[in-house]
Design a protein around this ligand. Structure first.
Ligand SMILES: [Fe+2]
Ligand SMILES: [Fe+2]
Length: 357
């Protein structure tokens, strides 16, 4: 599949993390985008965001040691924004797992949501800061914001490669997602938005456990760049598992509304992910193939089978993510980052079953 050279395409929006009113639409020419450019150069980023983020990170202790991350009590973990050296060049095949094209597009579909979902989470958590009294939770929220800021920027770069490979139907889905998240902020309450954030993080924690436990099946012999992106993201999702729920509990609390947030966020993200993978599978001629639809269905069932226990756990009245032990592979990843983050950006997908990253 070749690159699109003309005409210019709409691939993203300048994201107003700080809730400003600047125009959101940015059009750029795909041939001018270099995915190896520093993230600050990409058109979806706002300078205001970066200066604020840097301030947040300066105020944080971002030089914690690896041993800090092994603790299960979230309030004692200094969340670190890791700038991973990913290189998403044009040769990334959207079917980055050749044995599992349906799974590839499921992941691509979820990735498509990140540059819209995660800025929404950031703005929501940032708004909650003025209502949070705890110094520790304030620091946690700032660390959370810094991590999510890295996540969506890396996904933006990856998503651009999908669109550049001809999956232009994704643009309309992005527009719809942007509208819905904007509407949440304009029309729904801050309590709803914070419950959504806490609910999404509950789902992300479950997905993180699944991806790590099932990593050999899901990522074995796939493109290392994509596998490493996804696993880095979910290692950090596990690491900051407590922040959104702690913020929700500190500002509003309320068990039933929190559970509502779990279901709402889960179904909302699944809805958009499904639209996106359907569009990609259709373009690749797989949506109409019975064998592909069967493989897709098996992957979806696998997802629900693995996720249901986590969602159940998240819906218990006394649920708190700190009670859930982190996978050892995840903790080893965090330790290894201190000495060798370059190899973590290129995991050995030929040996994904290894105990260590
Ligand atoms: Fe994230
Ligand atoms: Fe997160």
């Amino acid at each position: 599949m070749g690159l699109i050279s003309n005409p210019p395409i709409l691939v993203g929006w300048k994201t107003t993390i700080l809730g400003g009113d600047s125009p959101l639409v940015a059009i750029y020419y795909p041939q001018q985008v270099h995915t190896t450019d520093p993230v600050e150069c990409l058109p979806v980023l706002g300078e205001a965001y970066w200066s604020t983020l840097e301030n947040d990170m300066t105020n944080n202790d971002t030089h914690s040691t690896a041993s800090d991350h092994a603790r299960l009590n979230p309030s004692q973990v200094d969340l670190v924004a890791r700038k991973m050296p990913f290189e998403f060049s044009d040769d990334i095949d959207p079917q980055w797992n050749k044995q599992k094209p349906e799974w590839s597009h499921m992941v691509n579909g979820a990735s498509l949501a990140m540059p819209f979902l995660e800025p929404f989470l950031i703005r929501t958590l940032r708004k909650s800061l003025s209502q949070i009294e705890s110094t520790q939770l304030t620091q946690d929220v700032k660390g959370y914001i810094a991590q999510e800021g890295q996540h969506f920027q890396q996904h933006r770069k990856f998503n651009d490669t999908l669109i550049q490979h001809g999956h232009v139907d994704l643009i309309a889905i992005e527009q719809q997602m942007k509208k819905e998240f904007d509407d949440f902020e304009k029309k729904r309450s801050q309590k709803f938005n914070l419950a959504y954030a806490a609910g999404f993080e509950s789902m992300a924690l479950g997905i993180g456990h699944w991806l790590i436990e099932d990593r050999e099946f899901l990522f074995g012999n796939s493109d290392s760049r994509v596998a490493s992106l996804v696993l880095w993201h979910f290692v950090e999702e596990i690491e900051h598992k407590n922040v959104a729920i702690d913020a929700y509990n500190a500002v509003y609390g309320g068990y039933f509304y929190r559970v509502y947030g779990v279901f709402y966020a889960t179904m909302h993200v699944i809805k958009h992910t499904r639209k996106a993978y359907k569009a990609m599978l259709t373009k690749d001629g797989l949506w109409s193939k019975l064998s592909s639809r069967w493989k897709l269905q098996k992957m979806i069932l696998r997802f629900y089978w693995k996720m249901i226990p986590h969602v159940w756990e998240a819906c218990l009245p006394n649920h708190h993510p700190s009670k859930i032990n982190d996978p050892k592979w995840c903790l080893d990843w965090l330790k290894k980052y201190e000495s060798d983050h370059h190899s973590l950006a290129l995991l050995d997908t030929g040996n994904m079953g290894s105990k260590y990253p």
